[in-house]
Design a protein around this ligand. Structure first.
Ligand SMILES: C[S@@+](CC[C@H](N)C(=O)[O-])C[C@H]1O[C@@H](n2cnc3c(N)ncnc32)[C@H](O)[C@@H]1O
Length: 464
């Protein structure tokens, strides 16, 4: 790979005698990794399912290496059940460093496509609130898709500037991740094109951009809260100097930890992460549901219309043989609301999002169409395993059975399912593989109509 001469000079100055080892790393193959989605499966159980996962990533409790010359994990059906996310191992560091605890309010400010958001969601579990944001509209759509495919139910997906978020979420978050846009020097091995576009002017441009983003953190991070700032680049201007500038501008903040992963020292492409704490005096944490004047969400507590309740009951009777059965799968700390025909479970902690670009304000359960409830793919993927086991209308597939495996692949390609001698009851069925939900299908006599969304389908020959 040809590296820009000015980049080489800079790295020589930065790394001194280690630069030879650093440059040697560009001649070696890039590292590939994936992370178990613990909302659905433990790393140990994933290892049993995917025996090629031999080696763990030392800085991430749920991360594994794999050899991309030998396997393509994104082609396997379990990938579509959201059991793992393909993520470069160094990129697993920042979310791990943030040490999110269940029940916290967390912001991922520069979130798309969402690798780190999913990691934060897994650490939160079904409790607390995760706000994920990316100002780029197309990237925000990919972020939403990942949040839904990986079964995250307590996330709000926004596409906003940090400045506009800061107005709504003043003193709100316990933890914030700022995985900033950067010059991407750690991406050169994966995307050599990026090396061609590198220049000192680009580094300076990103440094300015990052400072402008960080400026809004003090407003959103509650006293005692913590922020992790990270990049996948090596320049000091975008890393240490950025952190020092922030600490200088906001004396109430203290640096807790600063880490660098270098490609010549670890198995990974390289990353920077710094953890900073807001030491300003402890203010009272805002109560969920409350604003300064009382209730945040008073008007919205009306719940569902009778028509929507009836439609949900009919659907629930069909799938779980109980009119109220669907409610058993809702996490604590939220409420179900209806907005323009959409049925959503929303966290009670959510302040009004007036004026913000909201892609999703919670877990989309489905829509009401002509008086009937149509479950969303996100509803299926967010269901806990008990919801699958207790469904009376379902298609269970096993990856150990060749016939089942090919049915699973056909389902993921969007094909209709037929099985000899099998008659399917009318209405909604849950399709699962090894007990993990893949999605919905609709019974129609001797075939099952495929309801796997077109944008999520497996395309033959798809490589990763
Ligand atoms: C390094 S990427 C994030 C990768 C992501 N955290 C992940 O792990 O998948 C940086 C992101 O910041 C977004 N971005 C650009 N300008 C921004 C701004 N002013 N505020 C917040 N995010 C911004 C970009 O659209 C981009 O998606």
């Amino acid at each position: 790979m040809r590296l820009p001469p000015a980049f080489l000079t800079k790295m020589e100055q930065q790394l001194g005698s280690n630069v030879a080892r650093f440059l040697q790393s560009y001649t070696e193959p890039r590292t590939a990794g994936l992370r178990a989605n613990t909302l659905k499966i433990s790393p140990e159980a994933l290892q049993e399912l995917l025996p090629f996962l031999q080696e763990r990533v030392s800085w991430c409790r749920d991360g594994f290496y794999y050899n991309e010359e030998e396997v393509r994990p994104a082609k396997l059906p379990h990938y579509y059940a959201g059991l793992y996310y393909i993520q470069e191992p160094s990129a697993m560091l920042p979310a791990e460093l943030l040490q999110v605890q269940p029940g916290e309010r967390v912001l991922d400010l520069c979130a798309a496509p969402g690798g780190k958001s999913l990691q934060l969601a897994a650490h939160l579990g079904k409790a607390g609130l995760l706000v994920v944001n990316d100002p780029h509209p197309q990237r925000a759509k990919v972020l939403l898709k990942n949040i839904e495919r990986y079964g995250v139910t307590n996330a709000v997906v926004l596409s906003e500037t940090p400045q506009r978020l800061a107005h709504i979420f003043a003193d709100f978050f316990d933890k914030i991740l700022v995985d900033a846009p950067c010059s991407g020097e750690g991406m050169f091995r994966k995307e050599p094109e990026m090396a061609k576009n590198w220049s000192e002017a680009e580094v300076a441009k990103y440094a300015k951009w990052q400072a402008a983003i960080l400026e809004h953190i003090p407003q959103m991070l509650r006293p005692g809260g913590e922020v992790v700032y990270s990049t996948c680049t090596f320049s000091r201007e975008e890393n240490e100097q950025q952190v020092l500038r922030f600490l200088g501008a906001f004396p109430d903040f203290e640096l807790l930890e600063m880490r660098r992963l270098w490609p010549h020292e670890v198995r990974g492409e390289g990353h920077f992460a710094a953890k900073i704490k807001n030491l300003s005096l402890q203010a009272e944490k805002k109560e969920c549901l409350m604003d300064k004047n009382g209730l945040w969400r008073q008007q919205e507590k009306n719940g569902l219309t009778p028509e929507a309740k009836q439609a949900l009951a009919e659907f629930s009777l069909q799938v779980w043989q109980a009119a109220e059965g669907w409610q058993a799968w809702l996490p604590e700390g939220g409420m179900v609301i209806e907005r323009a025909g959409h049925i959503l479970w929303e966290s009670l902690c959510l302040p009004p999002l007036r004026g913000l670009k909201v892609l999703r304000s919670g877990w989309l359960l489905g829509t009401i169409q002509k008086g009937r409830f149509r479950p969303s793919p996100a509803f299926a993927l967010g269901l806990p395993p008990e919801a699958v086991h207790s469904a009376i209308q379902r298609l269970d597939l096993s990856s150990h059975n060749a016939d089942d495996n090919s049915v699973a692949l056909r389902y993921l390609r969007g094909e209709t399912i037929q099985r000899e001698g099998k008659v399917w009851a009318k209405g909604w069925h849950l399709v699962s593989l090894d007990g993990f939900v893949l999605g919905w299908a609709k019974g129609a006599g001797n075939w099952l109509k495929n309801e796997f969304p077109p944008g999520w389908r497996r395309i033959d020959g798809e490589e990763r």
